[in-house]
Write a protein that binds this ligand. Structure first.
Ligand code: FES
Length: 246
């Protein structure tokens, strides 16, 4: 972003400020695809015409998904021009929320939780295993651009520690063995499908059940929303994503 601009030939570390790289300057081209412009219009239609700036976060998210998981300055500038805001207003949003990556990340972006419950349950071992298996350090990206590893704070799945977020999905109850299996599956382009509730304990347990299995909440509550989505007491993870998308 504007104040600190020097050119680097190597990808920058995950810094709060912007540093120009060959693929990330204000001159780099970015525009939404025709298909995504339909979503842009759909997003903006949710807000009053004089409050277009309310759409900054969903538009940044859309831009990031279109651009392989990260946001070049040009994408932020495009969002600013669409919502008629000063570019700095968009930069400050993108640099505040950690869901936005302002430097290039790998095809598989691994966010490893290192907060206390995960740390006690072995996240350090998981981190060391990932680093050794992929030959990168925390904050690094593999040379083939496939994986980026970043240690983050609690991702809210402490009951199934240790865990990672892989792109949009959670993989939980990890061991050094299962994380290697997961990485290998990713290399083959086949990460395991999500489990029933959209995230996947890697030890075969169901959802957040402990080692003794289900010990409480026996009563099956009637669904409160859209019974079709919860037919037979099951929910298709794909429908959760579709329901939450634009
Ligand atoms: S401490 Fe790891 S998910 Fe909460």
């Amino acid at each position: 972003m504007p104040n600190i601009r020097r050119v680097s030939s190597t990808p920058p570390p995950l810094l709060p400020q912007h540093i120009d790289t060959p693929d990330n300057t204000q001159e780099t081209y970015f525009d939404f695809t025709e298909e995504n412009y339909k979503l842009v219009n759909k997003i903006l239609s949710k807000y009053p015409a004089n409050y277009k700036q309310s759409g900054i976060i969903p538009l940044l998210d859309l831009a990031q998904r279109q651009h392989g998981g990260w946001l070049p300055v040009a994408a932020m500038d495009k969002v600013a021009s669409i919502v008629e805001a000063a570019p700095s207003r968009v930069y400050e949003v993108a640099s505040f929320y950690t869901m936005f990556n302002r430097t290039k990340v790998g095809k598989y972006f691994i966010q490893l939780c290192g907060t206390t419950p995960c740390m006690i349950c072995g996240s350090e071992d998981i981190k060391k295993t990932i680093e050794k298996h992929l030959g990168i350090k925390n904050g690094g990206t593999t040379e083939d651009g496939m994986f980026t590893l970043l240690e983050v704070e609690c991702l809210g799945a402490c009951a199934n520690a240790p865990m990672i977020q892989l792109n949009d999905d959670y993989y939980e109850c990890l061991t050094p063995k299962t994380i290697v299996e997961l990485l290998e599956a990713c290399k083959e382009g086949k990460p395991p499908a999500m489990g029933k509730w959209g995230s996947l304990p890697m030890n075969g347990q169901v959802s957040c059940e402990g080692p003794l299995g289900k010990t409480s909440l026996w009563e099956i509550l009637p669904p409160k929303v859209d019974p079709e989505r919860f037919k037979d007491g099951k929910v298709d993870p794909a429908s959760v994503k579709a329901h939450m998308s634009y």
